[in-house]
Write a protein that binds this ligand. Structure first.
Ligand SMILES: [Cu+2]
Length: 202
């Protein structure tokens, strides 16, 4: 058990180092700036990895939250009540960048997510995780059988990079947990003041 805890600490330290590196890179004039978003969750391995439905099944959840867990049915119940678990989250919620900045999204949670651009925020493709009356937005519909959705998948411990975002506002959400939402505000180069990084919320 001790060994396992040490391993988890090593993993979180590595994640921290990656974060620091991204921040540093974004200050170098020579390389394109990078802004980072992380996906977080507290999936409970016991209930998520249960072979019986509605659990996703064995191997799905690899919790790295050091003891913080939410059982599957609790997550479903809260989502359906319109009070989804805030610990399933993209951080920051709003990211202000200049044109040309690469947005790097890292899944530091224990389960898969998607980072999907949508015209309007709305529901995801799994009805048990949607709020009251919420339908899947067009960009999420079809789930992973839709290649356009599948290619926005973000597996635990992996990262994806979004480049070429045009000036203006871009909305991204998770198609599995639709309350995980980020607004990216892209301004042009001439007005880049202090907008390199996301403003940490809370
Ligand atoms: Cu998600």
């Amino acid at each position: 058990m001790m060994k396992y805890t040490k391993w988890l600490l090593a993993v979180s330290m590595f994640a921290g180092a990656t974060h620091a590196l991204a921040q540093e890179n974004s200050h170098k004039g020579s390389s394109p700036p990078v802004a980072q978003i992380v996906a977080l969750d507290e999936c409970d391995p016991k209930t998520f990895n249960d072979p019986a439905p509605p659990a996703p099944g064995p191997g799905f959840c690899k919790n790295v939250a050091l003891g913080a867990t939410t059982p599957l049915l609790k997550l479903f119940g809260e989502a359906q009540a319109g009070t989804p678990d805030p610990n399933w989250d993209f951080e920051p919620d709003t990211l202000k960048i200049t044109e040309g900045t690469t947005v790097r999204v890292i899944d530091q949670g224990g389960e898969p997510h998607t980072f999907t651009e949508v015209a309007h925020f709305g529901g995801g493709f799994l009805p048990p995780l949607n709020g009251p009356g919420e339908e899947a937005v067009p960009e999420c519909s079809g789930g992973f059988s839709n290649v356009a959705v599948a290619r926005t998948r973000l597996l635990q411990g992996s990262q994806t990079e979004i480049t070429g975002l045009s000036k203006g506002e871009h909305l991204f959400q998770c198609c599995i947990h639709p309350w995980m939402r980020v607004k990216v505000e892209v301004s042009d180069h001439d007005h880049d003041h202090d907008h390199e990084h996301g403003t940490p919320e809370k």
